[in-house]
Design a protein around this ligand. Structure first.
Ligand code: IMP
Length: 198
């Protein structure tokens, strides 16, 4: 059992960049607590077939352990011509957690295909003290470039061109990506919900 007070919200992720991004965005009356703050180092299972299943699994694992309100996130890239692949398998599409190899695999699979439509999606799953579970979705539409360009960001950024732009997320500045990314949109919804509850 844990004795953290109700103004604290636990983020079920081991990614420190995600924790600091969220901490800056929530109202000062809510404090984001990280797993590192609680010295929790175990790997969090994510064996679902969808982003929603994975997000739920992660949030439930952490809620069961600490018994305080918590949320998790799960994201992926969905490509229309590849029937939604890599989707929930985005992190290790080629079998390896290597961004360069995964990008190359996508470009190879799309060789000669004119339909380049794709979108990034993030799902947040929030579990409140009474175990009420709520999902928040963020999507950014776009297309897959013909080749990998740009060094900014991570993952599939060098091959993803957001709608309304001609450059990839790998070429666009961090501030442009932050303004329109799937994660930013899901974050906005989560924060609105939390704000409305205060
Ligand atoms: P996660 O659930 O946020 O860890 O994302 C899973 C995988 O989706 C990452 O390892 C990346 O391959 C891909 N991904 C998610 N968000 C982004 C993004 O903003 N840019 C590029 N790739 C992303």
């Amino acid at each position: 059992m844990n004795h953290l007070s109700a103004d604290k919200l636990l983020f079920a992720t081991h990614n420190p960049a995600k924790v600091s991004e969220l901490s800056r965005l929530v109202s000062p009356s809510k404090k984001i607590v990280s797993l590192a703050d609680l010295n929790y180092k175990d790997e969090i299972p994510e064996t679902g077939d969808t982003l929603e299943e994975n997000a739920l699994q992660k949030a439930q694992t952490i809620f069961k352990r600490f018994k305080i309100p918590c949320f998790s996130d799960d994201s992926g890239l969905f490509i229309e011509a590849l029937n939604g692949e890599p989707g929930v398998h985005s992190a290790h599409y080629s079998g390896k957690r290597d961004y360069r190899i995964n990008n190359q695999l996508v470009l190879e699979k799309l060789a000669g295909i004119t339909n380049r439509k794709a979108y990034f999606k993030t799902i947040f799953c929030l579990i409140e003290a009474d175990e009420k579970t709520t999902y928040f979705e963020g999507i950014v539409n776009g297309s897959i470039a013909e080749e990998s360009t740009g060094e900014n960001g991570f993952g599939y950024d060098p091959i993803f061109i957001p709608e309304g732009h001609t450059k990839t997320f790998g070429e666009l500045s961090a501030s442009v990506k932050k303004a329109l990314s799937h994660r930013a949109r899901a974050t906005e919804k989560l924060i609105q919900y939390l704000g409305a509850k205060e």
